[in-house]
Design a protein around this ligand. Sequence first.
Ligand SMILES: C[S@@+](CC[C@H](N)C(=O)[O-])C[C@H]1O[C@@H](n2cnc3c(N)ncnc32)[C@H](O)[C@@H]1O
Length: 188
Amino acid sequence: MYDMMDAMMEARMFKKERPALVQQASGKVLEVGVGTGKNLPHYNEDAEVFGIDFSPRMLAKAKRVAADLGKSFQLMEMDVQTLEFADNSFDCVVTTCVFCSVPDPVKGLEEIHRVLKPGGQLIMLEHVRSEGPVKGKLMDWLNFIPVHLYGANINRRTVDNLRAAGFNHIESSDAWSDILKRIRVVKE
Ligand SMILES: C[S@@+](CC[C@H](N)C(=O)[O-])C[C@H]1O[C@@H](n2cnc3c(N)ncnc32)[C@H](O)[C@@H]1O
């Protein structure tokens, strides 16, 4: 269902962003909200990839994608708000279109901050609330519709949430209008 509902946005916005974004990941990598495994084909050979998702059905599809690729990925059911990994254990964390639906985004980002090594990088592609006064308000008013239909918020302030979770020096650029952002931040 997710792949069907997402097909148009995937084709127009996300697909072209994935390879360049994911290829920045190296070393021990955690992909949060791995979903149906759309990023898996793009990882470099030298990346040791752990993928988590709190949806067993999304994860089952990701496992089929991983098996078809014939590469080794550690895919496990886990909630980003309560990660079962040690502090300072990953070189890189990747998220694409995840923080619209994490119930407590700051808690999830705090957990990412905890498991990243100092000097490790968080790489994200996330849709966020527009900073335009009219568009932003419209996204606030209409937010209940996607939340009701498929559990995703269209008005998340992810850059502010990163700061609240302890990240500084956040690099962000627009991938589509000002609502799809490429974000990169290094843990100090
Ligand atoms: C919109 S999908 C994106 C999937 C994939 N990252 C992609 O780019 O296609 C969001 C994914 O995040 C997962 N997710 C949301 N909240 C989560 C949480 N608290 N912990 C782990 N996974 C979560 C959902 O189950 C879903 O698979």
